[in-house]
Design a protein around this ligand. Structure first.
Ligand code: PGA
Ligand code: ZN
Length: 464
């Protein structure tokens, strides 16, 4: 049983140059491990509280010195010398020590840094790779590697809001390994960089997650350009390479309307708009298609684009049971099967801001059939154990899991281990530029080389 000898922390900088927290856990016996926490910009209102110093003279108030002090003093004083048989025991002690519903006393950043550092130290003490330890925490066996969903074009809060939609992502659905998937994404990214230069006269300058962010004429132009880049790279859109979209619509929802470049839409019109996109473009996943507070309309969105409701109690419904309208149909008149349908036969209706990795919100979404997939960001809830609870709940409803990084990341790579250990169907890390993103992709490559696990197949497609 691991006994904590000392917990300590320091302030480090994330990929936007803003302070964040790195914690080190030293166990009796000498094993020590360090983990750092990411930070979002397009945050959901129900997220656990990321505590900041608030001193405007230092990092514009974003300093984390108080949070570091909470680890070095309160948390270390309370936990040093104690033994924890399981991750859940340590996390319970952290939650109790904080005592607030949203971790606002000690800070979710302090708590998560300790939770992760302990997980990594416990894995090292047991002589296990971190991905295997994460699988053990969940009570799972290692099964698969996640599908890649990789940021190609950025808008919204990650790119100065030149368009409202936040991300268009490339999904290398025809690639059966991480290695091949990354090579596919590279080719599409290079084609998109050339398109950015030729069409917009811009160098390939990147947004917060490494996506390209030219001055698109409209939100839909992001999708059109993404399809053009897939073709220019020599792939067939919707077959070898598909798209995912993070609409992040909470951030352009005001007074009950969605404010897009072409005007504002009510919820019903927004659903029609997304349904139209899903019909015309090879989209396999739509994240936050509606706003975090627009609960009443999510079930209609789920029905319109998500296919049948998933079977409950962990039973995944029949693969590809519903035909999916092909985006090419309007151009060619032909119907072609769509690569990458989810277990329901529709497009993944993925909740990020809506759910905030929060079991209470996930339960509400399950009860109302509002979604078919959970975007899991551990720092939205603040401990490994609560994130595991969120995942179990989503799985019990037959949902998919997309394990996600944040737009403010560090060079730490635990997310790749988490995605494999928890058998996430998808991983979302950002683009294939910038080392805070590559740290995760490179770790996935290493795990693939070690384990030879298969990438999750897309049901109903030619690799399925
Ligand atoms: P973040 O959001 O900027 O809060 O990390 C990313 C996302 O919306 O998925
Ligand atoms: Zn999102």
């Amino acid at each position: 049983m691991p006994t904590i000898e000392q917990l300590s922390a320091m302030e480090i900088l994330d990929s936007r140059g803003r302070p964040t927290v790195s914690a080190t856990c030293r166990l009796a016996g000498g094993v020590a491990a360090t983990a750092s926490v990411p930070s979002g910009a397009s945050t959901g209102r129900a997220e656990a509280l990321e505590l900041r110093d608030g001193d405007p003279r230092r990092y514009g108030g974003l300093g984390c010195r108080n949070v570091v002090g909470h680890v070095n003093r309160e948390i270390n004083t309370a936990l040093a010398g104690r033994s924890f048989a399981a991750q859940a025991d340590l996390d319970r002690a952290l939650i109790d020590l904080d005592g607030t519903a949203n971790k606002s006393k000690l800070g979710a950043n302090a708590i998560l840094a300790v939770s992760l550092a302990f997980a990594r130290a416990a894995a090292a003490a047991a002589g296990l790779p971190l991905y295997r330890h994460f699988a053990d925490i969940l009570g799972e066996t290692l099964r698969t590697l996640p599908r890649l969903t990789v940021n190609l074009f950025s808008g919204g809060k990650h790119a100065g809001e030149q368009v409202a939609i936040q991300d268009v992502l490339v999904v290398p659905a025809g690639a059966q390994t991480i290695d091949k998937g990354l090579a596919t994404v590279y080719a599409v990214y290079q084609a998109a960089a050339k398109l950015t230069h030729d069409k917009y006269g811009m160098r390939a300058l990147t947004a917060d997650e490494g996506g390209l962010a030219p001055a698109f004429a409209s939100d839909e132009a992001m999708l059109q350009d993404a399809v053009a880049a897939i073709r220019a790279a020599g792939f067939e859109p919707g077959r070898e390479v598909a798209l995912a979209v993070d609409v992040a619509s909470s951030h352009f929802y005001r007074d009950g309307r969605y404010h897009l470049a072409g005007g504002s839409l009510d919820s019903g019109q927004m659903i029609n708009h997304l349904r139209d996109w899903v019909r015309r473009y090879p989209i396999v996943s739509v994240e936050d298609g509606l706003a975090e507070d627009d609960w009443n309309h999510w079930p209609a969105l789920r029905r319109e684009i998500g296919g049948e409701a998933p079977a409950r109690n962990g039973m995944i419904g029949p693969a590809g049971s519903r035909s999916h309208p092909d985006y090419n149909q309007s151009h060619t008149g032909q119907r072609r099967s769509h690569t990458g349908s989810d277990p329901t036969g529709g497009v993944l209706v993925l909740g990020d801001d809506l759910l905030c990795t929060n079991p209470q919100r996930i339960r509400r979404a399950i009860e109302t059939d509002a979604a078919t997939a959970l975007l899991l960001k551990v720092n939205q809830i603040g401990t490994v154990t609560e994130a595991a609870e969120a995942l179990r709940l989503a799985r019990s409803a037959g949902w998919h899991i997309t394990i996600s990084a944040r737009s403010g990341e560090t060079e730490d790579n635990w997310l790749a281990d988490l995605a494999v250990g928890w058998a996430g169907e998808q991983i979302k890390v950002g683009s294939i530029t910038q080392s805070e993103r590559l740290a995760k992709y490179n770790r996935l490559l290493a795990i693939e080389a070690q384990t030879r696990l298969p990438v999750v197949g897309w049901p109903g497609d030619r690799i399925g």
